[in-house]
Design a protein around this ligand. Structure first.
Ligand code: 7GP
Length: 833
């Protein structure tokens, strides 16, 4: 593919590789070539989508060279153990910009596109992001894929290629409306289908005994139907390195696209139905965040992608002359929560039924393969499948789970001979009333390592929900505090700050985030702080104009941007934030000339479609916004914005523009949080409770640079045990009393005094998330925030120190922890000439 290139500035002829060349001239050639041969148009007739696709194809060509070389090398090398990250969700975000940053050709591509006469910003905006996740868990998986590649750890991410990702959110009359996310509508240039690597997955039917050629008695599964899984690969390039991993997502299809036997018998309808049912498996992402809903289709999804992925890994292992019993030497499989936990039983099935290993060997191999990360302490998220459902869908897997359980409980009995309770708590089968298969127990018994995602979370896991497992296997437990990728969340999304940092400390910090420490002296340098302030104000201007364009609200970029973005959840306490806003509002109403530091309150987040309280909270926020934004007395000193449709693309706009980050969950409820890290790394100060990773962030940035309030996790438990009475607080705190009454006055709701009663009643009669207990502390902490904001110089010093001290929270550090402590894998350094 060497062609002449005459577009070079030097005017000299130079050979340019249209598939791999990285300079501007080669990129231009490549774009024109793809416009013509893929999109069928000349640059003059190209739509913005044509250009986006051509640019992306040009980039994909370049990634492919790296990816194919990496895997050719590592699969053959028997000393290399690969990581396999199994996750039902990957919230990838737009690919184009991130890949350009990784290949270090962002500026070259921008120039190439611009010189061809197109608007580069519009090209970037054209991309429909793959929203294949709900929130924290899915985004973490994608940050980890980025770090694995950047640290040159050979790895594959395995998941589901949902045809519809997380719904798009619109707001109508203050309420959330869900719109299907047709992200594949205009084509996905990043993926490559590999139908030749399809696998079959069994469902239903029964199991039976049979004897093989040498008379050995074995069991097999006779399914009632079979579904085909087709892999789609997306390159996952590392930052400024040669090696490239990939994400392999499975699409389900009918095994025969048309069932001719049914058709010939005249059952045309059934033939088509089978096809539809098979395709349904990968149709849609369940939009629930931290809530288990026992739907049969969801169990099908979990088994489908677990089975596809394990069959795929085993195939590669055997093709490269590996022995089945050495599977764990080739693959370290991370279970991203319990969604893929069925893999433990599936690997046993493959080793027993297909590879014909004996039980003991199969079990040893399995137990050395898996490790399990827990992502939530909320009891309502714990997955347990009704036994009947499980049995009907996966009869062979249930048989294997019974056998694992039988042997495991024998071991428990030997360890705790007198204790029947621990036996029933550790059992893989719950038998109190109806029977269930407990997925967390399956994950724990089948894994050699179990981890939480922040130190408080790991401590609480060990103390509470996994306490019996600590008694049984104390050495299995680890803490690995979450992290985020600085490539996407600073280099790509905050170019102003990136440039400022690079100018002062050099350009290696995105790979070695601890180098940000070198910024500390600049926290006291007036000149630097002025530039830092200008970057922030510019980011706020950009966000303000987006807010104006999309929802028509004018906000003041020099007001404090006080931001809470995350899923809407009672434990995350968006309503505590609302109570503060209304407190300020009522202060203004009772004294219109009161001194109030101008603030813009920004909310952003989706509610699970079936979560009534969360949806009502969105309505409440919008109603408060309507009132406050249009009240003459407020005189624009406070504004409330609910920005619709939180996704990665929008998130990249917001972190760089925030001044204050709201991390106000009830202590002991947020496993870690990762938004908290994205904000602080971009120079926002945090107001937060001692929950999740807030604790570690505060330790790193310094207690004096963090606004702390609220009960601790142990105080929360204590308060609840001591007959907590929210009404007492309500009756004794005048501001709170007025705010609650105001919410029910009808002023916010066209005279309807009942609309928000579910919220206020919940607070007054029970208050499970202790909003009222924390309210006085929160309000006085917010008053301190406002005081501090008055002293801009002090605020900026604190903000710079936050940035300088966030090195620990790079996902590279998290991945290094996993590599060293859990996976025991090493980098593989690919060289490309
Ligand atoms: C989230 C946790 O809520 C959040 O605190 C954490 O930072 C994140 O995982 C990554 O570890 N959990 C989920 O998103 C979730 O769906 C249920 O958990 C399994």
């Amino acid at each position: 593919f060497l062609i002449n290139n005459q577009g070079l500035e030097s005017g000299k002829m130079k050979m340019c590789n249209i598939r791999t060349g990285l300079d501007k001239a080669c990129l231009k050639e490549a774009i024109i070539d793809h416009l013509f041969y893929k999109q069928g148009c000349e640059p003059e007739g190209a739509s913005i989508n044509d250009v986006y696709l051509a640019v992306s194809y040009a980039l994909r060509d370049r990634l492919l060279h790296h990816g194919l070389k990496t895997f050719d090398a590592v699969l053959e090398d028997e000393d290399i153990r690969l990581v396999s990250y199994l996750s039902a969700e990957f919230l990838m975000g737009p690919q184009l910009g991130a890949n350009l940053i990784d290949l270090n050709i962002f500026d070259e591509m921008r120039q190439a596109v611009t010189e061809l006469g197109f608007d580069f910003k519009l090209v970037l905006e054209q991309e429909e992001e793959p929203g294949l996740g709900n929130g924290g868990l899915g985004r973490l998986a994608s940050c980890y894929m980025d770090s694995l590649a950047s640290l040159e750890i050979p790895a594959i991410g395995y998941g589901i290629r949902y045809e519809f990702g997380i719904f798009d959110q619109e707001i109508k009359d203050g309420w959330q409306v869900e719109i299907t996310d047709k992200w594949l509508r205009y084509g996905n240039p990043w993926e490559i289908a590999r139908p030749e690597s399809s696998v079959n997955v069994y469902f239903g039917g029964y199991t039976e005994q049979y004897s093989n050629e040498i008379g050995k008695v074995l069991r097999r599964w006779v399914p009632s139907y079979v579904v085909k899984g087709i892999p789609y690969d997306t390159s996952e390039m590392g930052y400024k390195v040669a090696s490239c991993n990939f994400l392999r997502l499975w699409k389900s299809e009918a095994i025969e696209s048309f069932d001719f036997s049914s058709f010939n018998h005249g059952d045309y309808y059934k033939a088509v139905m089978d096809k539809i049912e098979s395709e349904n498996i990968s149709k849609i992402l369940y939009p629930n965040d931290e809530l288990y809903v026992g739907k049969q289709l969801r169990l099908k999804q979990q088994y489908f992608f677990s089975s596809c992925s394990l069959q795929d890994m085993m195939r590669m292992h055997l093709e490269n002359q590996g022995k089945p019993q050495d599977f764990h030497k080739k693959w370290a499989i991370q279970l991203n929560d319990t969604h893929p936990a069925i893999s433990v039983a599936e690997l046993m099935r493959i080793l027993l039924d297909e590879c014909k290993l004996d039980w003991k060997t199969a079990w040893e191999t399995t137990q050395q393969t898996f490790s399990y990360t827990n992502h939530t302490l909320l009891p309502e998220a714990l997955e347990k499948w009704p036994l009947d459902l499980f049995k009907a869908l996966l009869p062979r897997l249930l048989e294997i789970i019974y056998e694992i359980n039988y042997r495991f409980l024998e071991e428990v009995k030997r360890r705790f001979p007198e204790d029947n309770n621990i036996l029933s708590r550790l059992s893989l089968i719950e038998e109190t009333g109806s029977s269930y298969v407990r997925m967390a127990n399956l994950a724990c018994v089948g894994s050699y390592a179990i981890n939480g995602v922040a130190s408080l979370h790991t401590e609480l896991l060990k103390k509470n929900i996994l306490n019996d497992w600590v008694s049984m296997y104390p050495d299995k437990f680890y803490n690995i505090t979450n992290g985020i990728t600085p490539r996407r969340f600073v280099v790509l999304s905050n170019p102003g700050l990136s440039k400022l940092i690079t100018k002062n400390i050099g350009d290696t910090w995105p790979q070695y985030l601890n180098e940000l420490k070198k910024l500390e002296p600049f926290a006291y340098d007036a000149n630097f702080k002025e530039q830092f302030r200008q970057v922030k104000i510019e980011n706020k201007r950009i966000l303000s104009s987006v807010i104006k364009d999309r929802i028509g609200i004018v906000v003041n970029p020099s007001s404090m941007f006080d931001v809470q973005v995350k899923r809407i959840h009672e434990y995350k306490r968006q309503h505590l934030n609302v109570l503060h806003i209304l407190t300020l509002y009522l202060r203004i109403k009772s004294n219109p000339d009161i001194e109030i530091q101008p603030r813009t309150f920004i909310f952003w987040g989706k509610a699970a479609p079936g979560y009534f309280m969360a949806k009502l909270l969105i309505k409440l926020i919008n109603s408060v916004g309507n009132l406050v934004n249009n009240d003459f007395d407020v005189r624009d000193r406070i504004k409330v914005v609910f920005f619709p449709d939180f996704n990665v693309k929008n998130a990249q706009l917001i972190y760089p523009a925030a001044d204050l980050s709201e991390q106000i969950s009830t202590s002991g409820k947020e496993a870690s949080g990762t938004g908290n890290m994205k904000f602080a790394l971009n120079g926002a100060l945090t107001i937060g409770t001692l929950d999740g990773a807030n604790i570690e962030i505060r330790e790193e940035v310094g207690y004096e640079n963090f606004f702390l309030f609220g009960l601790t996790a142990s105080q929360v438990i204590e308060v609840k045990q001591n007959n907590y009475d929210p009404r007492f607080i309500y009756e004794n705190n005048m501001e709170l009393n007025a705010v609650i009454k105001f919410i029910n006055s009808g002023i916010l709701s066209n005279g309807d005094r009942n609309l928000f009663k579910p919220i206020t009643d919940n607070l007054l009669y029970g208050d499970p998330y202790l909003l009222l207990a924390d309210y006085p502390l929160y309000i006085s902490c917010q008053d301190i925030v406002a005081e501090t904001w008055k002293d801009k110089d002090k605020w900026n010093t604190m903000a710079v120190l936050n940035v300088a001290r966030m090195g620990k929270f790079s996902s590279d550090r998290s991945i290094n922890d996993y590599c060293e402590n859990i996976w025991k894998v090493k980098p593989f350094k690919l060289k490309i000439e």
